[in-house]
Write a protein that binds this ligand. Structure first.
Ligand SMILES: CC(C)(COP(=O)(O)OP(=O)(O)OC[C@H]1O[C@@H](n2cnc3c(N)ncnc32)[C@H](O)[C@@H]1O)[C@@H](O)C(=O)NCCC(=O)NCCS
Ligand SMILES: Nc1ncnc2c1ncn2[C@@H]1O[C@H](COP(=O)(O)OP(=O)(O)OP(=O)(O)O)[C@@H](O)[C@H]1O
Length: 205
């Protein structure tokens, strides 16, 4: 199946763009959300996280203590690398399992991941999309959405590739600066992916 990876810096609007693709009937795998889910459900992963970041990584009811983990990993490169090494392989496996269950009738699938390029998972995609927005706009959006400080958002931004670095690896772009219509841009890309997916299908028969 033709696979499209979509990414963008924190607050760029990648989830918002994915919602439009979903309306067009394209199944979306939300890697960040799945990561959070399996960090609570996968017993081996839970054990690994507790061993690396302490029992306080989870609340008594089994929910992830995001604040505790964020406070450690977004201030320490080594700790973040450790967390990524625990979580990312499990997310890759979850994506493969999810893809197996998507109906063969869908023209292509979309994988939304904040760290598509950083984690190397873009190499498994047939096409990639980078969603961009001006720095101040991203900062403001996330501060509003998550009720967090500018410093907390900047700490996450610092741990991701810059838009300049991501641009070198991306095949397609969506500019979400609230001046250009995100819906129009998604529709244009959708047409391109339909054609590319069809071409891949014909090449494989
Ligand atoms: C550290 C955690 C617990 C913080 O949770 P919190 O609710 O505060 O943030 P949330 O998950 O909503 O992430 C907000 C944004 O931070 C950025 N971010 C998340 N994880 C990472 C990471 N490993 N490296 C760099 N940036 C990251 C993304 O832009 C994300 O959209 C959480 O982000 C996490 O579990 N991260 C590890 C899993 C992961 O790597 N997810 C992303 C790709 S699958
Ligand atoms: N074009 C837009 N106009 C107005 N608000 C927008 C626009 N695009 C996104 N937003 C808002 O900005 C916030 C961030 O968008 P979204 O959650 O899609 O970003 P994201 O890239 O998925 O962020 P994260 O990496 O944190 O998950 C959301 O509250 C969303 O509703």
């Amino acid at each position: 199946m033709y696979k499209v990876g979509i990414t963008g810096g924190i607050g760029s609007g990648k989830t918002t763009a994915c919602k439009v693709f979903e309306i067009l009937g394209i199944p979306v795998f939300y890697a960040d959300a799945v990561a959070k889910e399996i960090m609570c459900k996968d017993v081996l992963l839970v054990a690994g996280i507790k061993s690396a970041f302490g029992e306080e990584s989870y609340f008594a009811d089994g929910k992830l203590n995001n604040k505790h983990i964020a406070g450690i990993v977004f201030n320490n490169e080594e700790a973040l690398a450790k967390l990524n090494a625990l979580v990312h392989p499990a997310v890759f496996r979850a994506f493969d399992a999810w893809e197996e269950t998507t109906p063969k009738t869908v023209p292509y699938t979309l994988k939304e991941a904040a760290l598509l390029f950083e984690s190397g998972s873009y190499k498994m995609c047939d096409a990639t999309v980078l969603v961009t927005a001006p720095y101040e706009m991203k900062l403001k959006r996330v501060m509003q959405r998550d009720s967090v400080s500018a410093e907390q958002v900047k700490a996450r931004m610092d741990k991701q590739f810059s838009d300049e670095e991501k641009s070198k690896l991306a095949g397609h772009f969506i500019v979400n600066d609230e001046q250009q219509s995100i819906i129009g841009q998604v529709l244009t890309l959708h047409q391109q992916f339909l054609k590319a997916a069809e071409a891949l299908k014909l090449a494989n028969v």
